[in-house]
Structure formats: C-alpha cells, structure tokens
Design a protein around this ligand. Sequence first.
Ligand code: 5AD
Ligand code: SF4
Length: 429
Amino acid sequence: MNVYDSGRMADIMRTLGYEETDDPNCADMIIFNTCHIREKASEKIFSELGKFKPLKQARQKEGKDLIIVVAGCVVQAQSEEFLNRAKFVDIAIGPQTYHRLPEMLNKLERKRKQRIIDVEFPAIAKFDTLPQAKSRGVSSFLAIQEGCDRFCSYCVVPYTRGAEYSRSMEDILKEANELAKSGTKELMLLGQNVNAWHGEDKNGNTSNLAKLIEEIAKIDEIERIRYVTSYPSDFTDEMIAMHRDIKKVMPYLHLPVQSGSDVILKKMNRRYTSAQYIDVVERLREACPEIALSSDFIVGFPSESDEDFEQTMELVRKVKYAQSYSFKYSARPGTPAAALSCQVDEEIKTVRLEKLQELLLEQHHDYNAQFLGKSIPVLFDEKAKKEGYLLGHTPQMVNVVVKSDDSILNKIVDVKITKTSATTLEGEV
Ligand code: 5AD
Ligand code: SF4
C-alpha cells in the first residue's frame, strides 16, 4: 500500500512540474513514506532522516532549499514527536491527506519557515481528488479499499489508516483502464481487508470483490489479476467460485492466519478458529487445485505458550505454504495487546521464529521443486540484480530469473525451469 501511495504522490507532484529522481543530490524535494506496523519499521525513519540533514544544510548554504516531507502511518501516529525529533522536516502528512500536498507546498512557500502538519481524516476522500494514475510498469498496484474496522488487538492500522472505506466500482474501473492504456498487464488490487470490499456499482447498489474482479477481467489489456490482503472469515463461496471460473484471476492467495492456536486467535480478536481457516483452504483447493497459498504469522503474542506455538506449527504442517511472512510480536503503542501484562520474552520469540521459519522455508523449497523441468508462463517486469538477467513471476507468484536481453521485458513468455530454490526459479526462455 505504501508503494502505491508513493506512486500516487509522484502523480500529484508531476502535475506541479516535478519529475521523479533516484538521486537525492538532484532532488528539490524528498518525500519519506513511513510504516508503523512494527517497531523496527517505525524507528527506521529517524535514522534515515538523519542522513539527509547535511544535504539540506548544504543546499541552504547555497541560498537554495531542499524540501523534506514525511508521510505515512508513523506521522499519523506520532506527528508531534516527529516534528520534535526531526527539526528540519518541512511538511508532515498522514496517509489520508497526501492529496493535499500541492496546497501544503503553496502554504510553505507563502509562510517560509513555518512547518506544516496535516494528519486529519478529511471527509472528502483523497481518491476523489487524485490526478490520473500513471502506470509504473507492466505490473501495477491499484488501491480499492483502505482502512480497517477489524481491530485485531495487536494492530495499528485501524488507528493510522482510519475506518474501512471502499472506493466505488466506477472509480476503480476508471483507474484500471488508465493503467491498462499506459501498459499495465497485471493488476494487484490492494486493501488492508481487500475481500471486504463493498463499493457501490454504477446503479448505486453495494457490490462485492468477486463482481468487481469480473468487471476488471473484461478489460482486454489486463491479463492477470491479483488481490491482497484477504481476511479468512470474509472469504466467501463466491470468491472461491471466482478463482475457479475467471482465468485471469491468478492462482495465488495471501491469506494471513497469524496463529494456529484458537486461544491466541481469540486474544488477537481474529474472528475465526484454526479449523475454520483450514476449511476455507480446503474448499479453495478443491475448486482451484493449483492455487499457491501464503500467510502472515506472528509469534510471541502476549501469553503465547509453547503449546499455542506448537499449534501454529501443526497448522503450517497441515496447510503447507508456498510463501510466507513471519514476525515476532511487536508491542505497538495504543493497541490493546500492548497493555497485556503477559508479554513473551524476546529470546523465546527469537527461538520460536527460527523454528517456524525453518519449517516454512522447507515447505517453500518443496513447493518450488515441483516446477523443475516444467514450462511456465512468466511475466518479466524488471532487470535482475545479476547483469544480463531478467526477473519475472509465474501465475503462482514465484520469482523466475532467466538470462536474456530486454526483448522479453514487459511480456509473458514460457520459461522451462532448470533450477529451483526456496525463493527463486531459474530457467530458459
Ligand atoms: N507485531 C508483529 N506483527 C504484526 N503485524 C501487524 N501488527 C503486528 C505487530 N504488532 C503483521 C501481521 C499482519 C502483517 C501485515 O504484519 O502478521 O498480517
Ligand atoms: Fe490490522 Fe489486518 Fe487486523 Fe485490520 S485485519 S486490524 S489491517 S491485522
């Protein structure tokens, strides 16, 4: 979502004559987009910011300026602290106010030296005022839903992104068409709780994600559709049927379970049991046997016992994941779980995370091994780190590296897989 927001901020700045640059030394303005989800992500911004202070000072010595903007959820959660800890920041904006960047810049120019802060949740949705979206390549993100009303007890999102909001179908289709016309072949629909999308259709009726995807699939240029992140108990039969029936919907689903222990799930305020989660997985696999599953896991949630953790391991053994993201529980200020007295020792969290990741890595390795010798359609969308190689991904969202010139960049081509590992496939076009 932050990558998407950063792209949208670039769209806004382009309307004012700015161009994106990778080189801070050339920049008239630097925007830091921040993440508050875990402490590690949140603290990173202060050290990053420090690096740019000398650049700003040098610019000012030359009688010029470098405008520093901080955006995103850390700002939303700690705006005052932010301005106190980073004195040279000019503008601080939250995730729901970045569309007002032009106004803020204007204000900054008029009232030099006065710092500007805007972390409201304005009534007019930012999506209504954003400029035309520019494709950022053959594979693009599109936010269809934002915010969350789930209030999982560990999570800051409902406080930083605000209440759940669904964009209208018309608005989404307009952006999808704009992206398709400027080169997008693969769309990743985004939302903190994406399968709860319930925007209005063109007749003013409440729609759902399966119907929205059916409409997006009618756009010729769009060949692949994905969506992230889904909440397990909102996963309907209609969604399962969609995976079976719409060929453009890719066989990959990120379905975070967080924990395999029902006691912990309850304390997390996740509204499903491990058995209900497994039931969704089984029905989905029956309808779409080739589907790849991924999940998020949190270890060391307050009061998590060895037995609770073992239940997470057990669930992983049953489900078998193609990909995964696993984290140590991080107490976030203002969330109910942070106030619980039975916090788990950091060392115990470390041991549990290692065990879980070892098992998951083994599964990812086994999952990828099945593709050895097979021919798979791969969408190549970037150059790999290794000179002369390209990076792409399969329908199941597995990374593929091939030695090739740029002629296949932005195309879907068949690749014969010659080598596999837990994270990447290698092959020949
Ligand atoms: N501590 C650790 N992980 C967290 N996540 C969200 N909040 C926390 C937290 N306080 C993880 C969840 C979520 C993913 C985006 O980040 O697993 O699905
Ligand atoms: Fe956070 Fe996701 Fe829970 Fe919403 S559903 S509160 S975004 S973890």
